[in-house]
Design a binder for this molecule. Sequence first.
Ligand SMILES: Cc1cc2nc3c(=O)[nH]c(=O)nc-3n(C[C@H](O)[C@H](O)[C@H](O)COP(=O)(O)O)c2cc1C
Length: 188
Amino acid sequence: MNVFEAIKNRRSIRKYQKKNVSDAILQKILDAGNWAPSAANRQPWEFVIVRNAETKNRLQEIIDENVVISATWESRFATYLDRYGRFVKTAPVVVIVLADPLKTGPHVFGEETYMLSAGAAIQNILLAAHAMGLGTVWISMYDEFKVKELIKAPKGYKVVGVIPIGYPAEKREKSRIKLDKKIHFEKF
Ligand SMILES: Cc1cc2nc3c(=O)[nH]c(=O)nc-3n(C[C@H](O)[C@H](O)[C@H](O)COP(=O)(O)O)c2cc1C
């Protein structure tokens, strides 16, 4: 699979087969994450691998609480628990990506580059997993303090994403806004 195919055909997958994801495959996927670009090559990311069922169950509770809160906040999220909750614990492995704010770039105004760098690592992970026939989705609905407490993450770190990984049990399609609506010539 070439890089353009990987980029275009990757979809967020929220249903997984029961099949295990081997440590060797996971290492390869996380190695792709580790090769992401980062501001000043500070590599602010850390990856926490979760396979333990109890930890996954608690993670799911944390996510679902957040999905429910979002739904009360904005009515269009009413169907979110079915669509965007409940499934994370069904993945054989979940990777939590954290970033260290102290490993940000040297920019005077750009302190958040550590988050951007970790985002690049996540995108590499999603693409590498897809290229190896796996399905993933970048989850952001959670109370990060509860996630950090669960995995005993150091205080200052930010949780950038929770990524369930498994062999896909669904096929999905998505569209994008046409590129010509996104391109601006010379000035915005
Ligand atoms: C920063 C970020 C946060 C996201 N958060 C969630 C989430 O909390 N739950 C979820 O189910 N999907 C989440 N997604 C996945 C998006 O819904 C998905 O990428 C988008 O609908 C486009 O679909 P595609 O990935 O299949 O192309 C997130 C994606 C990104 C990039």
